[in-house]
Design a protein around this ligand. Structure first.
Ligand SMILES: Cc1ncc(COP(=O)(O)O)c(C=O)c1O
Length: 365
């Protein structure tokens, strides 16, 4: 093998470019405080671990659609946690975390050259990657900007990664209406929906958003953040029954199946809200320490009303801020990872242990 790869040109993997700053931060005598990635650090609830191992001795293939119990648990959780009633369990499909779905959705929807995928101006890098993998064209939309004609897929993400911005139900409804005007599917990435602080995010499956019809709508959910299950790879997509059944058909053919133990773990996680509340509380506590420390250190924190990040700026180039923080042993992600408009912000994650957050607060002081 020569290592040459056919296919679309993809951007460099953003985090690779942080290596020098990471090396610098690691030289701090108190060790690095890595706030550059949103990876959970807290224990997996024992009820989820028990469910995982309870089906460890099942040698047969799992179903791509997931067990009926899993899909019922997803429907019930959407009703309990977000007030979404009447979701059809057949229109729920488990995924191996949500990143693979984000990366492959344009391809699974049959998009290709000539199709436009609209993404938020500042957004999770995989929306762009997914469009490029399909050979589609990416358009970054400013806040409230409608998608152009020819758009086949619109990504929404409230609460947003990286900004923590929350769209009101009216703003979500307007975005859905604008997408429908050009005949685009709307995929709403809702992986931070359970983690809100100063605003109340809504699902695209809320009637106040969709106006009574799920046509063309997909809600993309992840258990990585709300249940600290990033290591399990656990997510699901739900919404328009026709779209979900199309995804199911393709995923059956392609072997995109959530392992049976993870299906059992997801069923337990979606049936219990206490561990989600406890996790939310941990992040709220860390945010209550880190946010004032950043403000006192001269940062301005924009949006950040929900989700796992503080979108902070010192009014200087993002890389300069990353460098300053690295000197104090703190690693943050430059806003440029999320789009050109992020060049004066850094994204600071709340996903570190209490001890590491306390270290960051002390170093900022
Ligand atoms: C906006 C957004 N979507 C999707 C994901 C993917 O999460 P996972 O694949 O763990 O479900 C992330 C992870 O950070 C994210 O920030």
């Amino acid at each position: 093998m020569t290592g040459r790869r056919r296919g679309p040109a993809l951007p460099d993997f953003p985090w690779d470019s942080l290596a020098d700053h990471a090396a610098k931060a690691r030289t701090h005598p108190g060790g690095v405080v890595d706030l550059s990635i949103g990876t959970p650090v807290d224990p997996v609830s024992s009820l989820i671990q028990t469910a995982l191992t309870s089906v460890a001795d099942q040698p047969g293939y799992p179903t791509t659609h997931g067990t009926p119990e899993l899909r019922e648990a997803a429907v019930a959780s959407m009703a309990r946690r977000y007030g979404i009633d009447g979701l059809d369990p057949t229109a729920v499909l488990p995924t191996m975390g949500s990143k693979e779905l984000v990366g492959w959705l344009p391809t699974l929807l049959g998009l290709g050259a000539g199709d436009v995928v609209a993404i938020p101006a500042l957004s999770y890098p995989t929306y762009e990657v997914g469009a490029l993998l399909a050979g589609a064209t990416v358009v970054r939309l400013r806040d409230d900007e409608p998608p152009p004609p020819g758009t086949a897929l619109v990504w929404l993400n409230s609460p947003s990664n990286p900004t923590g911005r929350v769209l009101s139900a009216a703003a979500m409804a307007a975005a859905v209406g604008a997408a429908r005007d050009v005949g685009a599917v709307v995929a709403s990435d809702e992986c931070y929906l359970a983690l809100s602080w100063d605003a109340a995010p809504v699902s695209v499956l809320d009637p106040a958003v969709h106006g009574g019809s799920l046509d063309g709508l997909l809600a993309v959910h992840s258990l990585s953040k709300s249940s600290s299950l990033a290591g399990y790879r656990a997510g699901f997509v739900a919404g328009d029954p026709g779209l979900v059944s199309g995804l199911l058909e393709l995923r059956k053919h392609a072997g995109m199946i959530v392992p049976r133990p993870v299906q059992a773990a997801m069923t337990a996680a979606l049936s219990d809200d206490a561990h989600v509340t406890a996790q939310r509380h941990r992040y709220a506590t860390r945010r209550a320490l880190l946010l004032p420390a950043l403000l006192a250190a001269g940062f301005t924190v924009d949006h950040s009303e929900a989700g796992l990040y503080l979108w902070a700026t010192r009014g200087e180039d993002a890389w300069e801020t990353v460098g300053r923080l690295a000197e104090r042993g703190i690693l943050a992600a430059p806003g440029t990872f999320y789009g050109p408009g992020g060049d004066r912000h850094v994204r600071i994650a709340l996903t570190a242990s209490d001890e590491r957050i306390a270290a960051a607060v002390e170093r900022l002081g």
